[in-house]
Design a protein around this ligand. Structure first.
Ligand code: FUB
Length: 322
């Protein structure tokens, strides 16, 4: 396996969502910076204020920084903290889905639209109706588009059940089914949920839902979906245990059966990724905090080749290379 490489050593970028558009890889990261906000369990120190777009036409080649494509101050409903984003293309238009706190400090999902994959992106007046929590990922399958989202702790998912806000945040007991990501089909115009978000079920090998106490494997944040040999691979971060894990299903809604770890913990608290095929090879885009000497809020994006075993399982990658 080839070593990973840092993609943009000039600045701190995290949560890279990579897609192939118009024959190139486009990367949509979060843009970390030193805002001075103290570190806490809510993730207030991840106080990002804009997004850049990057592209590559050769995986080992030079990266192009397309500059700032969306800023907090341009978003009418903005409070603070532009967290992870993702982009989908439909009928020649590009839709950027992002997570941000509104003016009442509640995370919502927003959409911004562009004529090109490299922006600038024009935000909608309001967040997606009925949206909550963080980390949107959009996946196209047979002409339908599905949005995956959610994140616990600072991502606020524990404040909801069945898409309704609770009186107060609550986690399931350790032996109860874990809180998990949500999935919804998008409307034809890509700007709304076409249906109530559904629970994304991750089952163990015996068909039982992963439990909240199974912290090494249960969902925390950072949803990603890709398809390989006709199967649907849902991957995610386990947050406080710092693994990237995956589960396989037969359709975009699941259920998904847990398979294992894709990436062992990296230097830094968060781990977040995307998986994409380019010119016949598969790649894992992710981040770590090696260049900032472990500052969790100053992350650097990387890429490494991802390989499959003959049975479709993914070969585990070491987060800290020897
Ligand atoms: O970048 C801010 C947050 O950190 C993301 O939304 C999470 O997935 C974690 O990577």
């Amino acid at each position: 396996m080839k070593k990973s490489r840092y993609l943009f050593p000039q600045d701190y970028m995290a949560d890279p969502s990579a897609h192939v558009f118009q024959g190139k890889i486009y990367i949509y990261p979060s843009h970390d910076w030193e805002s001075g906000v103290p570190e806490n369990d809510n993730g207030d120190h991840f106080n990002m204020k804009d997004y850049h777009v990057f592209s590559l036409s050769d995986i080992d080649g030079e990266i192009t920084d397309h500059g700032v494509v969306l800023k907090v101050e341009d978003i009418p409903w903005a409070g603070r903290q532009l967290w992870d984003n993702d982009v989908a293309c439909k009928n020649g238009k590009y839709y950027l889905y992002f997570s941000m706190k509104d003016k009442t400090d509640i995370f919502r999902l927003g959409v911004a639209v562009s004529e090109t994959p490299y922006g600038p992106f024009v935000p909608q007046e309001n967040p997606i109706k009925g949206s909550y929590s963080i980390d949107p990922c959009v996946f196209e399958d047979n002409g339908e588009y599905y949005i995956y989202f959610g994140g616990i702790w600072g991502g606020q998912l524990q404040r909801y059940r069945n898409n309704k806000a609770l009186e107060s945040a609550a986690f399931p007991g350790d032996n109860e089914p874990a809180l998990s990501a949500k999935v919804a089909r998008l409307s034809n115009n890509m700007l709304e949920f076409a249906e109530e978000p559904r629970e994304l079920l991750i089952l163990d090998k015996h068909g039982k839902p992963l439990t909240q106490g199974n912290t090494e494997h249960r969902f925390f944040e950072a949803s990603w979906m890709h398809k390989y040999n006709g199967k649907y691979y849902f991957s995610y971060s386990t947050g406080d245990t710092h693994n990237l894990c995956y589960a396989i299903g037969d359709n975009p809604y699941g259920p998904f059966t847990f398979q294992g770890v894709i990436l062992t913990p990296v230097v830094g608290w968060t781990t977040h990724h995307s998986i994409v095929e380019y010119k016949g090879k598969w790649y894992l885009f992710h981040h770590d905090c090696v260049p900032s000497d472990g500052k969790t809020w100053l992350r650097s994006m990387k890429v490494v080749e991802l390989e499959y075993n003959a049975d479709g399982t993914i070969k585990m990658i070491e987060g800290i290379e020897k």
